[in-house]
Design a protein around this ligand. Structure first.
Ligand SMILES: [Fe+2]
Length: 272
């Protein structure tokens, strides 16, 4: 029996902001990012029996090193599911694109069942904030137009690295997607967009805006405290997110946090 016939949803896993370094022993604000990444991957392996798709939503590497991308890709290979990645502010698109082993990972459109996943590159070289170039906005709009006239596609999920709505912490002002209005204006025109998925602000968010679910997913390393004025780290553990995408457009989603390990971070830091 096919998955559709069985009524089973598409199972998507989102993993984000791994911030891996060339040196696997390196730390970000005292946290060894390779170690915390491995703990999240172990949790995924324990909890996820049948993943259909893995979305890696940026800041894969802290230092844009080939070694970091290869270690990430190699870890994803242990799952029997395709993974696709998009760059974050710490990544370099050119480095990711040129990896022979993971040429397939740089895909900006994926169809699964009656869902389409649109992947956007919001990174701006040398900047923390995000911006969708004309090319990315056209990709978004044309993909949605094509999906609208494709009887096979009924629902869309859009993902990008940067937050397209402001974060709740005051210090986050200015680091999100700068042309958020242009992005949201396109999303608003297509009622079959069901969800927007992102990372960047290292925290869990799940809210609805104009009938579209917005999901932000915690990092696999350090966590940013919401609703504060100055930069501060949260003590909650690293996590990943799963999403069940149903044929009728419904979405179920939760985050899964690592338990049973201490993740020490530098609480005196003023930024990252
Ligand atoms: Fe990040």
């Amino acid at each position: 029996m096919t998955r559709e016939a069985a009524g089973a949803p598409v199972r998507v896993v989102q993993i984000t902001d791994t911030h891996l370094f060339r040196d696997p022993r390196a730390a970000l604000l005292k946290l060894n990012t390779q170690y915390s990444f491995e703990k999240v991957v172990e949790l995924m392996a324990a909890k996820e029996a049948n993943i259909d798709l893995i979305l890696a939503t940026g800041d894969i590497a802290q230092d844009a090193s080939v070694e970091a991308y290869l270690r990430f890709g190699d870890a994803m290979q242990s799952f029997q599911a395709p993974f696709y990645w998009i760059p974050g502010n710490h990544d370099r698109r050119r480095v990711m694109e040129n990896l022979d082993q993971y040429q397939d990972a740089f895909t900006n459109l994926v169809s699964l069942s009656n869902w389409q996943v649109i992947m956007l590159d919001s990174s701006v070289v040398g900047e923390v904030h995000g911006h969708l170039s004309e090319r990315e906005l056209i990709h978004l709009e044309q993909s949605l137009q094509a999906a609208q006239s494709n009887p096979q596609i009924e629902h869309c999920l859009v993902c990008l690295h940067h937050n397209p709505v402001p974060g709740s912490a005051q210090w986050m002002e200015g680091i999100g997607l700068h042309n958020d209005k242009a992005f949201l204006a396109i999303i608003d025109r297509f009622e079959f967009v069901r969800a927007v998925v992102y990372g960047h602000i290292h925290q869990e968010l799940d809210f609805t805006r104009n009938d579209v679910r917005f999901f932000c997913t915690p990092s696999t390393c350090i966590q940013f405290k919401p609703e504060v004025t100055e930069f501060s780290l949260d003590d909650v553990s690293p996590a990943y997110r799963w999403l069940n995408l149903f044929e009728d457009g419904r979405i179920e989603s939760e985050i899964e946090r690592v338990t049973g390990y201490e993740f020490e971070v530098d609480h005196t830091s003023k930024g990252y």
